[in-house]
Design a protein around this ligand. Structure first.
Ligand code: GDP
Ligand code: MG
Length: 323
């Protein structure tokens, strides 16, 4: 009688312990710290920054990278998991003339060195120390730096090992990871290292968000990209695009965009003889948009003059450049 009571008590006790263990496990899992932070990708033009960002964030944002060359705004690429969120920024400014490029790059680098939680410093197997003015600044920052040696798919013999030794000698960075952004080699090592360095922080953006910018923004940027590709000299720099309407229907998106230039003469250039130049821009923009949004696009474009918009606060505010 007594022993069966004891047995039952033991059983209940065991069950209790099991439940307690499970509860603790669930609690522990839910308390796993969330990490989040900003990761800046910096480096000389053509080393593979945009290709890398593409790899890290995913194909859908490829447009960001291909048009990064003409980017005036800073765009984020966001990737989230259950317990992490990484917000990448790619470096803008390649088509710009040398001095302008350097100025804008250095501005970006300077702000990265202050804001970022982690810096990805991209080099490739060809780059030499003296070619890169970023390096001297980088060493002075407290932000953790992960140096990436890209394009190892093109390396021969001991080139990778030699180059890592070369950089270790010249630059004060703790980690150098060999990668091929193009072929996806070493990308998971980069990801692990970033997570290691990321601070504990709640997410900055909703978990399903891929970028901080709206669809209208991308539509405008695509048109701007085509303008950069189709016109010369200062015309693209004098142009701004505003998407006035973005109406998504079941199987088509209807977009109305206004192209602003600074002078009347530029309006003529944008439109071109018999409207041919603008037509070409429209066709190319529509094709890229269809690939980007995955839907049929109906695009209307109008060219307008906003005298000297780059110098006037009222226009700059309207176009989203905060002073
Ligand atoms: P960014 O100017 O630093 O943004 O460089 P991009 O990402 O635009 O790349 C510049 C060029 O290098 C492009 O032609 C890429 O296809 C190429 N590239 C980038 N990463 C790799 C790589 O890992 N291997 C090879 N072979 N080429 C690469
Ligand atoms: Mg780029």
């Amino acid at each position: 009688m007594f022993s069966s009571f004891a047995k039952r008590t033991t059983k209940v006790w065991r069950l209790f312990l099991k439940i307690k263990y499970l509860c603790e496990l669930i609690l522990e899992m839910s308390e796993k710290p969330h990490k989040a932070g900003f990761v800046s990708i910096i480096g000389k033009p053509n080393v593979g920054k945009s290709t890398l960002m593409n790899q890290m964030v995913g194909e859908r944002l490829s447009i960001i990278t291909s048009k990064a060359q003409t980017t005036r705004h800073r765009i984020f690429g966001i990737i989230s998991g259950e317990d992490f969120q990484i917000v990448y920024s790619d470096t803008p400014g390649i088509i710009a003339p040398q001095y302008e490029l350097h100025r804008s790059m250095m501005r970006f680098v300077n702000s990265s060195l202050e804001d970022a939680d982690v810096i990805l410093l991209v080099t490739d197997i060809y780059e030499k120390h003296e070619e890169n003015e970023i390096l001297s600044r980088v060493e002075k920052t407290d932000v953790p730096i992960i140096m990436l040696l890209n394009k190892i798919d093109q390396a021969k013999g001991t080139q990778v090992v030699d180059k890592i030794a070369y950089w270790k000698e010249l630059v004060n960075v703790k980690e150098i990871i060999p990668i091929s952004a193009l072929e996806g080699l070493g990308i998971s090592d980069v990801f692990d290292k970033i997570i290691e360095h990321l601070p504990e922080h709640p997410p900055y953006f909703p978990k399903d968000q891929l970028t901080d910018k709206s669809e209208r923004f991308f539509a405008a940027e695509i048109i701007r990209e085509k303008i950069f590709q189709n016109y010369k000299k200062e015309v693209p720099y004098s142009t701004e695009v505003v998407v006035e309407a973005f109406k998504e229907e079941e199987d088509i998106i209807r977009i109305r965009a206004e192209i602003y230039v600074e002078r009347k003469s530029q309006k003529g250039i944008i439109i071109g003889k018999e409207g041919k130049a603008l037509k070409k821009v429209g066709i190319e923009a529509r094709e890229t948009m269809e690939a980007f949004f995955g839907k049929q696009i109906f695009l209307e474009t109008y060219v307008k003059v906003a005298e000297e918009w780059r110098k006037k606060e009222i226009h700059l505010n309207r176009f989203g450049y905060k002073q």
